[in-house]
Design a protein around this ligand. Structure first.
Ligand SMILES: [Zn+2]
Length: 470
């Protein structure tokens, strides 16, 4: 996540809830969702859910609030009204069919929508998180199959539909359902053999659709200064305008659907030239380079993305090495100011201390990268850990992340380095690390000079020829 002005969003990365349970229902029949976008009488999603026989009766809105009642039909055609309680929906025995509508706009918003998760947009162009409107079984098993159709507008969901337009999903796709959009214009960005399918959800004063897609493509190319190739064959990105704002990247978020889905808010009055200095798009795409941490370890994932945001922009030539180190040291200073004398352990537990969490994580990523290079005499680096983790699946734990570090290092490293950072005031390791790397903070900015570790520093912000940038 980048730039957290939407405090109500909280950090929602990496939810995962599957439980082993043998299915009492007919597994040959998938749970089926038909989603229809309509503007009649107001922008809404009409959702129909068809249940297999003997399907469990408890369902859940994982982000409750907007659906007040549902219509349920049982196998002999009797109809009932059902009302959610704190998001929980209990349907009667024998229910085969559930129907509800989800309002994309609330009456207090007067026709427009301003909630990135609940519904953001206007006219016939809408953005919504799957978790806001999808009624899901309260327990999702590994073998649950789900079919989804979506119609009524040009729909962009995280997944690729089958030949017949039906999305064939697993139960867990309902839980981590990512971002969805209805309507808008489309463009595609390509990085090597990978494609980003982009939905442009509104009007921009100066930017053409081609400008926006070129910007995302540039961010994608910067990802392959970190990973050997773009991490997914296909991802989806949604771009929304922010009226009255000229900031290129205002806010971005990546959700761990499979594959991940990205949404970015862009100032409606931004210019193409301003994209040269944007960091939000590359930051979000750099989240594709690491696995989802379960349970969530925001300091580590945000630390990695924040650290590489500066290195990647230097490696691509978008900023000089000196500018990258100025951005890093400015960020460390902001993180330190937000952390006071509290330990790293305390800071990373502070749910809303974004500055402290992001930048203490970025400092740890820098230190880890330097240590990996030092102990292997330059043969390995932090990117190798990301490559190794990518072969081990879409999620990791803190322990399995540490194990990958130690494997790449050829010796125990992660646990000891973390134990060195956690109990001390956050950023205690900063000054000696910068001195060793030959980074000096002067009144006029940052200067780079020869030091015992300046060779490592030069290796961090330069090098790596992408294998498949294109
Ligand atoms: Zn982030």
């Amino acid at each position: 996540m980048a730039r957290a002005w939407l405090l109500s969003l909280a950090l929602t990365l990496g939810a995962c809830a599957s439980a082993p349970l043998s299915s009492p229902w007919d597994e040959a029949v998938p749970l089926r969702y038909n989603i229809l976008y309509t503007q009649d009488p107001t922008p809404r999603l009409n959702v129909e859910v068809f249940l297999p026989r003997k399907f469990p009766r408890e369902f859940l809105f994982r982000q409750p609030g907007r659906v007040e009642s549902l219509f349920v039909t049982d196998e002999v055609g009797t109809r009932f009204d059902v009302f959610p309680k704190n998001g929980v929906v209990q349907v009667p025995e024998g229910t085969r069919f559930i129907r509800y509508h989800y309002p994309l706009t609330t009456s207090s918003q007067g026709g427009g929508g301003r909630h990135l998760f609940g519904g953001m947009g206007e006219g016939d162009t809408w953005h919504v998180a799957g978790k806001a409107y999808l009624l899901t079984p309260s327990r999702v098993t590994a073998d649950l199959r789900v079919d989804v159709t979506a119609s009524g507008a040009d729909v962009l969901l995280p997944w690729t539909p089958g030949d017949n337009g039906v999305y064939h999903l697993r139960g867990e796709d309902l839980i981590d359902a990512g971002f969805h959009s209805f309507g808008g214009r489309r463009c595609e960005a390509h990085v090597g053999a990978s494609v980003m399918e982009v939905a442009l959800l509104g009007r921009f004063t100066h930017l053409t659709d081609a400008d926006l897609c070129a910007w995302l493509e540039q961010a994608g190319r910067e990802v392959v200064t970190v990973r050997k190739s773009f991490p997914y064959p296909r991802i989806t990105v949604r771009v929304l305008p922010v009226p009255g704002d000229a900031t290129p990247g205002v806010f971005g978020m990546t959700l761990w659907s499979a594959p991940p889905s990205i949404s970015i808010l862009v100032g409606q009055d931004a210019t193409a030239a301003s994209f040269a200095k944007d960091w939000v798009a590359v930051h979000e795409m750099l989240h594709l380079t690491h696995p989802a941490l379960v349970p969530r370890e925001a300091w580590l994932t945000e630390g990695l993305a924040t650290y590489y945001t500066e290195l990647a922009r230097a490696r691509s030539g978008r900023q000089t090495a000196r500018q990258a180190w100025r951005e890093l040291t400015n960020g460390f200073a902001r993180g330190q100011a937000a952390s006071g004398s509290r330990t790293m352990k305390e800071v990373v537990a502070e749910e809303r201390n974004y500055m402290g969490i992001y930048w203490t994580g970025a400092l740890f990523a820098l230190h880890l990268d330097v240590e990996l290079r030092r102990v292997t005499e330059g043969r390995a680096r932090l990117e190798d850990v990301l490559e190794l983790l990518a072969t081990r699946g879409p999620t990791a734990t803190l322990a399995s992340f540490g194990d990958a570090v130690d494997t790449v290092a050829g010796q125990p490293l992660f646990g000891a380095l973390l134990a060195r950072h956690l109990p001390k005031p956050a950023f205690s390791e900063l000054a000696p690390l910068l001195e060793n790397l030959g980074v000096r903070i002067d009144p006029g900015g940052v200067t780079l000079h020869a030091a015992p570790g300046s060779g490592w520093r030069e290796a961090l912000d330069g090098e790596r020829t992408p294998d498949d940038a294109g």
